[in-house]
Design a protein around this ligand. Structure first.
Ligand code: URA
Length: 199
């Protein structure tokens, strides 16, 4: 059996057992495995991702398409996932269910599952989008590390730890309304593209 299917079953069973208010619909990663060129790691699924049961669709999917166009890769060359695999929500003042950032507890619960996922997928390199994904590996912020290669320790709960090249990027959603940050994001993408083509 595909080890990722076993992983998904075990992860779903773990979070079902924790859920007090019904089963949380988990959104798992997708893409070629093992050994994709890159594994892209976001924060958490949103509404569209939860409805379609796929990471980075809807508005985030548009960001992803722009990302892929700049670095010259097709979506199917990439494994795409999130740290937290359930949509974090809150009720807005207007009474609507809206996204919120993942809590510390959610990040702590899901990080060992992310590590296990990476150990199964075995990408050549990791790209994190934003601080939530970056800080699954290091304490530094994306403001400090964006746009250049660093190394991440991947420590699955069972099995040996190993390291992978990691290229931290800002989260595309966080740069939309900030012109200077969106220029930085674009430059970082170009640096990533150049380093991939130079390989
Ligand atoms: N959609 C995702 O799947 N992940 C994000 O980080 C944002 C939107």
């Amino acid at each position: 059996m595909d080890p990722l299917l076993t992983y998904r079953k075990e992860c779903a069973a773990f979070f079902d057992a924790l859920a007090t208010d019904g089963k949380a619909p988990l959104v798992f990663g997708e893409g070629p495995h093992p050994h994709p060129v890159l594994m892209l790691i976001g924060e958490a699924p949103g509404e569209q991702e939860t409805l379609q049961q796929r990471p980075f669709v809807g508005k985030a999917g548009k960001n992803l398409s722009a990302f892929l166009e700049t670095i010259g890769l097709e979506r199917n060359a990439l494994y795409v996932s999130n740290v937290v695999k359930v949509r974090p929500t809150k009720v807005s003042a207007a009474g609507r269910l809206v996204n919120r950032p993942p809590s510390r507890e959610e990040k702590e619960l899901f990080t060992p599952w992310l590590m296990r996922e990476i150990a199964i997928v075995r990408p050549d390199a990791l790209v994190t989008l934003g601080n939530v994904a970056l800080q699954a590996f290091v304490k530094d912020t994306v403001g400090q590390l964006h746009g250049r290669w660093t190394r991440a320790v991947v420590a699955p709960p069972s099995g040996e730890a190993f390291t992978l090249p990691l290229f931290p990027l800002y989260h595309p959603a966080s740069v939309i309304y900030n012109r200077s940050l969106s220029q930085v994001y674009q430059q970082d993408l170009e640096a990533l593209r150049d380093s991939l083509t130079a390989r």
